[in-house]
Design a protein around this ligand. Structure first.
Ligand SMILES: Nc1ncnc2c1ncn2[C@@H]1O[C@H](COP(=O)(O)OP(=O)(O)OP(=O)(O)O)[C@@H](O)[C@H]1O
Ligand SMILES: [Mg+2]
Length: 366
C-alpha cells in the first residue's frame, strides 16, 4: 500500500478526522431541495484547518446524490466563470439521454473582467433558471461552491448573492457553499454586501481532538498491516495538536519511517517523523503566511510571542512602542492575513499552530 497521507493544500485526506456530522444539514438539504437552510453554508477557519477539503466533501456528496456541481475560487471574474460552467452543464444535459449522470465542471483559464455587463447579467440569470429547471425535472439541483471567499470582489459577490436569492425565491433547487478565513468573512457579512448571506449556516472549523487523531493513526497503520503501538500513536497524535495539516504531515513522515523499518516503528523513528513534520509546517504554512508581513507586522507578532496565551493589545503597544491607533491598524492587517485572531475584548491570539514557537525561535534581527 502506498503512503495514503496527503500533506498538500486541498488534497483529500485518507480519513476526515473530527468532521462527523458537519455535513448532516447539507445532506438533509440535498434531500428536500430548494430553500433548505443547509444549502446555504459558509465554512470558516484558520489556514490549513481543512476548509477546501470540506468543500470537496460537500461536492462529492452532492454528485453522489445526482446533483450538478460548479466549483470555483473567488478570484476576479468568478461569477462569469460560474455562468460559463452552467452553460456547459445545460448543453450536456440537453444532448445526453435523460437521467444521464451529471459531473462536475471546472473551467480552465480566467477572464480579466470582474463585473458582468448588464446584458451579460440578464443572460447569466436566464442561464441559471434554464439549468435549474432542467435539474428540478430530474429531482436534483445545482451546488455552487466558492473557495477563498474572503478575497472576493464585493461587487461580484453581491451580484452572485442577488441571483441565487432570486433562484431560491423562484423555488429552484440551488445550493451555495463558501469557504474563507473567519475574520475576513465576518467583515464581509457585516459590510452588508449581501444581507442574504448573513442567513447562511456558518460552520467554524476547529482542530480535531487528540483522541480522534490517535484512533485515526492507529486504524490507518493497522489497515496496512503496520504496527504503531498505542504509546507511539498517542505521541504522534499529540504532536499534531489536532491541526489537520499537521495530521497529514506527521502521518506522512511516520509512514515513510515505517516503510524503512520493517521490524516496526520505535520512539526514535516517531520523533524523527514529528521533527520533519514541524519543519515542513514551518516552511509551508508559517513562512508562506509571513511572506507578506512587514517588519512592523513581525514586531507585533514578536511582542505577542512573549505571552503563553492570548495577548492584550495594551501590552503589545507597550512592548513595541506603537501608539494605540497603530496597534489597531496592525491588528486589523494581521487578522486579515489570517495570522492572528480576536480572542475576547482587547485580546488577540495566534491563528496558526506553531507560529508562537516560530516567532520565539526566530527573533527579529535588530
Ligand atoms: N478533517 C481532516 N482530517 C485530516 N486531515 C485533514 C482534514 N481536513 C483537511 N485535512 C488535511 O489538511 C490539509 C489542509 O487542508 P485544506 O487545504 O482543506 O485547508 P484550508 O483550510 O483550505 O487551508 P487554506 O486556508 O490554506 O486554504 C490537507 O493536507 C488536507 O488533506
Ligand atoms: Mg483552502
Amino acid at each position: 500500500m502506498e503512503n495514503p497521507f496527503r500533506p498538500t493544500a486541498g488534497a483529500t485526506p485518507p480519513d476526515l478526522v473530527g468532521r462527523g456530522g458537519v455535513l448532516d444539514e447539507f445532506a438533509y438539504g440535498l434531500r428536500i431541495g430548494s430553500g433548505a437552510p443547509g444549502l446555504l453554508t459558509i465554512f470558516t477557519g484558520a489556514r490549513g484547518i481543512g476548509k477546501t477539503v470540506m468543500l470537496g466533501a460537500a461536492e462529492d456528496l452532492a454528485l453522489n446524490n445526482g446533483w450538478a456541481v460548479v466549483s470555483e475560487t473567488a478570484t476576479g471574474g468568478f461569477v462569469g466563470r460560474i455562468g460559463e460552467s452552467m452553460r456547459r452543464i445545460t448543453n450536456d444535459l440537453g444532448d445526453g439521454p435523460t437521467g444521464r449522470r451529471v459531473t462536475a465542471v471546472s473551467v480552465a483559464g480566467f477572464s480579466v473582467t470582474t463585473q458582468l455587463a448588464p446584458e451579460e447579467q440578464v443572460d447569466w440569470r436566464a442561464r441559471g433558471v434554464a439549468l435549474l429547471r432542467l435539474l428540478a425535472q430530474r429531482g436534483t439541483g445545482l451546488i455552487i461552491t466558492v473557495d477563498e471567499i474572503h478575497a472576493a470582489d464585493r461587487a461580484e459577490l453581491s451580484q452572485l448573492a442577488a441571483d441565487v436569492q432570486h433562484f431560491i425565491r423562484e423555488g429552484l433547487p440551488v445550493g451555495l457553499i463558501f469557504a474563507g478565513l473567519p475574520a475576513a468573512v465576518s467583515d464581509l457579512l457585516n459590510e452588508g454586501v449581501a444581507t442574504f448571506l448573513r442567513r447562511a449556516d456558518r460552520i467554524d472549523l476547529h482542530a480535531a481532538s487528540i483522541t480522534e487523531v490517535e484512533r485515526s493513526f492507529t486504524e490507518t497503520f493497522a489497515g496496512a498491516g503496520m504496527t504503531l503501538t498505542a504509546e507511539l500513536a498517542k505521541a504522534a497524535a499529540e504532536a499534531t495538536g489536532g491541526y489537520p495539516f499537521l495530521i497529514q504531515l506527521v502521518g506522512y513522515f511516520l509512514w515513510q519511517e515505517a516503510e524503512s523499518a520493517p521490524q516496526g516503528l520505535d520512539s526514535a523513528a516517531t520523533a524523527r517523523a514529528v521533527a520533519a513534520a514541524r519543519r515542513r509546517n514551518e516552511r509551508v504554512v508559517i513562512e508562506a503566511a509571513l511572506s507578506t508581513a512587514s517588519g512592523r507586522d513581525r514586531d507585533f507578532l514578536q511582542a505577542m510571542s512573549e505571552d503563553p496565551g492570548a495577548s492584550s493589545t495594551t501590552d503589545i503597544g507597550r512592548r513595541t512602542g506603537m501608539r494605540p491607533n497603530a496597534v489597531g491598524n496592525y491588528r486589523t492587517r494581521l487578522i486579515d492575513a489570517g495570522l492572528i485572531e480576536p480572542a475576547g475584548y482587547g485580546l488577540v491570539d495566534f491563528a496558526i499552530p506553531g507560529l508562537r514557537e516560530y516567532m520565539t525561535s526566530h527573533p527579529a534581527k535588530n
